[in-house]
Design a protein around this ligand. Structure first.
Ligand code: ACO
Length: 430
């Protein structure tokens, strides 16, 4: 019989045997759940750099090799052969669908693309110049006020309907946020179009002129969505899980995920990256910015570079770079100055000792902004597009968490370094 694997920890002279849990692939994890109860110590891990918060079967990343799998399938194979909706099915249900399953899933998603008409009034409460992410956080949170029949998390049918509603309606909501910020009328979804084409049309059509979606742009958008669909326990996904661990309804949980995604260290990096490339402007200014990124006294970082998990090329960035070339060639902008700056910046950084030593490689955001800008999106829409794409990941992870018998409310502990107990002093005596 194989010996059970354990890790030994010595606390104040006493030894404790802790179970060592083995994943399908990847490093083992020390199970510390009983440590506090038995040894009266916490573990300390700000940023969760060494802590696995849950078991999951959805996505696997090997940061050293630069690999990403959805349910075991490498992202490059999915990007080459699959499409976003099929990937959604895979993430949600664990297997690639049969033809019948795909047709049924497609029908269910496309039949939910419209939003409640009253939601139009809700949009009108926002300032016209609101950032589309601000609008999305509010509107997605408000979905729980519009769809009462799918907020009971204990009912599997309601969980399923809420999941489909979010995947189907997020593109509509993001497009509406965009139209509102532009002062243009909302464009209703069209169910005869595929998921990506429908989104592009809702953004760019106007009542006076339809928008005929180019298949190359639609494919590029579909690919951007696929590449962003899930990424294991990143900040926004962990936010969704933490919110969901208290039993909050799924719309509220996804709204929390959108809020987290907005930050420039996470989903906001694609906007920040394009703004940085524009600020650099010309290839000859690159050394100045590289110098700043390396300067300890300067807070400037090369946006679109570095990743908590990838210490090698982000596999998504490779696919994205190919897409950028395709899209710019189609649009006849392959001499695009921003792309030249990006390519040269990547070349220089990959040879620079600082970036090589710290294993800082381009991440998915490095090229996505260039594609989205070429399609006609303003930078403020980059993160909303990430949010649309990641919704399926958030939903799949939320459902997995609810089905997990080990699930309990997330409640980290702390290392208190504040004042010791002291007595209140009246204001006149302070
Ligand atoms: N430019 C310059 N230096 C960097 C960069 C960068 N982009 N990223 C990390 N470093 C340096 C840090 O200064 C640090 O140096 P030190 O060890 O001398 O102090 C070292 O590399 C490690 O960096 P950390 O911040 O500790 O790494 P962490 O894993 O916490 O951060 C993060 C990862 C947030 C992505 C970081 O690399 C970053 O800020 N990148 C730019 C923003 C970005 O592109 N975010 C998108 C992430 S992908 C996504 O969300 C889809």
């Amino acid at each position: 019989m194989a010996e059970a694997k354990t890790a030994k920890v010595t606390v104040k002279g006493k030894e404790y045997d802790l179970p060592l849990l083995s994943p399908t692939v990847g490093p083992d994890a020390i199970d510390i759940r009983k440590l506090y109860g038995e040894a009266d110590v916490f573990t300390f891990d700000p940023g969760f750099t060494s802590t696995a918060s849950c078991e999951s079967t959805i996505t696997y990343i090997d940061g050293d090799k630069g690999e990403l799998w959805y349910r075991g399938y490498p992202i490059e194979q999915l990007a080459a052969n699959s499409n976003y909706l099929e990937t959604c099915y895979l993430l949600l249900y664990g297997e690639l669908p049969s033809r019948e399953q795909m047709a049924d899933f497609h029908k269910r998603v496309t039949r939910h693309t419209m939003v409640h008409e009253q939601m139009h009034n809700f949009f009108r409460g926002f300032r016209r110049d609101a950032h589309p992410m601000a609008t999305m956080v509010g509107v997605v949170g408000a979905m729980s006020a519009f769809y009462h029949d799918s907020v009971d998390i204990n009912d599997p049918w309601q969980r399923e309907v809420a999941s489909i509603r979010m995947i189907a309606k997020l593109p509509t909501i993001a497009a509406m946020a965009y139209k509102y910020s532009m002062g243009q009328p909302f464009v209703y979804p069209r169910n005869d179009l595929d998921y990506a084409s429908n989104f592009l049309r809702m953004c760019f059509a106007v009542p006076t002129e339809d928008y005929v979606v180019s298949p190359v742009l639609s494919k590029a958008m579909d690919r951007i969505m696929m590449l962003h669909a899930d990424h294991e326990q990143n900040a926004s996904t962990s936010t969704v899980r933490l919110a969901g661990s208290s039993g909050a309804n799924p719309f509220a949980c996804v709204a929390a995920g959108i809020a987290c995604l907005w930050g420039p260290a996470h989903g906001g990096a694609n906007q920040a990256c394009l703004e940085m490339l524009r600020e650099i402007g010309t290839v000859d200014r690159i050394p100045e910015f590289i110098k700043r990124a390396k300067d300890k006294d300067d807070s400037f970082r090369l946006m679109g570079f570095g990743h908590r998990v990838y210490k090698n090329f982000d596999p998504r960035a490779k696919v994205m770079k190919e897409s950028a070339d395709e899209v710019l060639a189609l649009l006849g902008v392959d001499d695009n100055e921003t792309l030249q700056v990006a390519k040269e910046l990547e070349r220089i950084a990959l040879e620079d000792e600082y970036f090589v030593e710290k294993k800082l490689y381009p991440n998915v955001d490095f090229y996505s902004g260039i594609i989205l800008e070429a399609m006609g999106f303003p930078t403020s829409m980059f993160t909303p597009i990430f949010a649309i794409s990641r919704t399926v990941g958030w939903v799949a992870q939320w459902k997995e968490m609810l089905a997990d018998p080990q699930n309990k409310i997330g409640r980290p502990r702390q290392l208190y370094v504040g004042a010791l107990r002291r007595d209140y002093l009246a204001i006149s005596k302070r």
